[in-house]
Ligand binder design. Structure first.
Ligand code: ATP
Ligand code: MG
Length: 411
């Protein structure tokens, strides 16, 4: 069975914190054709390093997709690395050069010497056109193996994957075994506890399990391949059943629907609206909610009430509730949720108030203490969280927990 590798070229991509947009895009396109992604690597902008990395990738996988280093600048040397590996030179692609000139002229610009580099391809390459961008891609053969060079700019990479690479790989590898994926989303549960549910599935033939924890929300992916699995439908049913029973209320979706989108769907079902009242999350919940297209159908707005006076003035939190319990308390969280509901005339609201740190903690309320509250037309709930993590994470985890709390009340 053929497998693929993704190589990210670019010294800036060597920072492990740097998010990769192209690997996931390639992985998804390959999964649709049933080609597993078996290897990935990141390599800096050095011809020799690129050459060696490509050599390794081609020794491991039949298909190697390379992202980045096709631009005009001197640090863009992916072509040189590939040419060195294949033992050939570079050439200018006449057709692409013409297209480049025409496109620049449309914008009233001239092609510079440097810009011309974007029409350079490896001598043996079949050029891959770039709809949204200027750098030409290359489809290369290394024996029977495919080496595909694409630009790093994510919209360009995506376009070329969709328009050219995927259709062509599909035609070439359509005799591949079939693959099914189950994409689950879970929240309100620690990763170790989610792992307990997944553990029995690790190491089974034809089953690949991955868990990606992100700020209290876990994306769990099962990839099932036949062969060796005799019936994909039966295996998929077993996986779904195991996730549903093992994760219980923590299972948000078996279709990859995000936490915030699931909240939106439930609100729409009920014809309810949502408002937010945020202190320590500073608007993060509102931001997450509006990232879902169509959020205007249920999200009315939010109040970021950071200072106590803002909680009182903007949300109508009783001053006494703050004096008697402190701003970080069940009473204040609930009063904030009620206030947001009332002031924005919403059916539901979520609220957060906490100590994100690194300072401001006390022995009774250490850094990471957060009260989240949710209110619907029929119920109210408040939960105390205690995440001993950094400021950013306290905020992100609290925002997601507040949405998780509300979702539970909407179900
Ligand atoms: P350009 O013509 O822009 O130079 P290129 O093919 O040479 O394109 P790079 O120079 O490697 O590509 O990257 C272009 C831009 O895309 C940079 O801002 C880079 O940070 C970003 N980028 C590159 N690879 C990725 C990736 N895998 N995920 C997200 N962003 C990326
Ligand atoms: Mg570049």
């Amino acid at each position: 069975m053929a497998s693929a590798a993704v190589v990210l070229v670019g010294s800036e991509m060597l920072d492990p914190a740097r998010r990769d947009a192209n690997g996931p895009c390639a992985r998804a396109a390959l999964a649709e054709i049933g080609i597993p992604l078996a290897w990935t690597a990141r390599v800096g902008d050095r011809i020799e390093d690129i050459k060696e990395t490509l050599e390794t990738a081609l020794s491991l996988c039949e298909i190697v997709i390379v992202s980045g280093g096709l631009g005009p600048t001197g640090d863009d040397v992916t072509r040189e690395g590939a040419a060195a590996l294949l033992g050939v030179g570079l050439k200018e692609d006449e057709a692409w050069l013409g297209a480049l000139r025409a496109r620049l002229e449309e914008r009233g610009r001239k092609l510079t010497e440097l810009g011309r580099r974007q029409a350079l391809v490896v001598e043996s390459a079949e050029p891959i056109p770039n709809g949204p961008g200027l750098a030409c891609g290359s489809w290369l053969k290394h024996g029977e193996r495919d080496l595909i060079l694409l630009p790093g700019v994510p919209p360009e990479f995506r376009w070329m994957m969709e328009e050219h690479v995927r259709p062509r790989l599909k035609a070439a590898y359509s005799a591949q075994p079939s693959v099914r994926t189950v994409r689950a989303v879970a929240a309100g549960i620690a990763e170790v506890d989610a792992e307990v549910v997944l553990k029995p599935w690790y190491g089974q033939a034809g089953i690949d399990v991955s868990i990606l924890p992100q700020r209290g929300v876990h994306r769990i992916t099962f990839t099932l391949a036949s062969p060796p699995i005799p019936s994909l439908a039966a295996a998929e049913a077993r996986v779904r059943e195991a996730l549903a029973s093992g994760l219980g209320d923590h299972l948000i979706s078996l279709e990859g629907v995000s936490l915030e989108a699931s909240v939106g769907l439930r609100l729409l079902e009920k014809g309810w609206t949502l408002a937010t009242a945020e202190s320590c999350t500073g608007g993060l919940i509102g931001h997450q909610v509006v990232r879902v297209p169509g959020a205007s159908r249920y999200f009315l707005g939010g109040v970021v009430a950071y200072d106590n006076a803002a909680k009182v003035d903007l949300l109508g939190v009783p001053s006494r509730a703050i004096e008697e319990n402190g701003a970080v308390s069940r009473e204040v969280a609930l009063a904030m949720a009620r206030g947001a509901k009332a002031r924005l005339n919403a059916s539901c609201a979520v609220a957060t108030t906490g100590i994100a740190g690194p300072t401001g903690g006390t022995p009774e309320k250490p850094v990471g203490t957060v009260w989240v509250a949710a209110a619907t037309p029929v119920s109210e709930k408040a939960v105390k969280l205690g995440y001993p993590v950094n400021r950013e994470s306290v905020m992100a985890l609290s925002a997601n927990y507040a949405l998780f709390l509300l979702l539970g009340m909407l179900r």
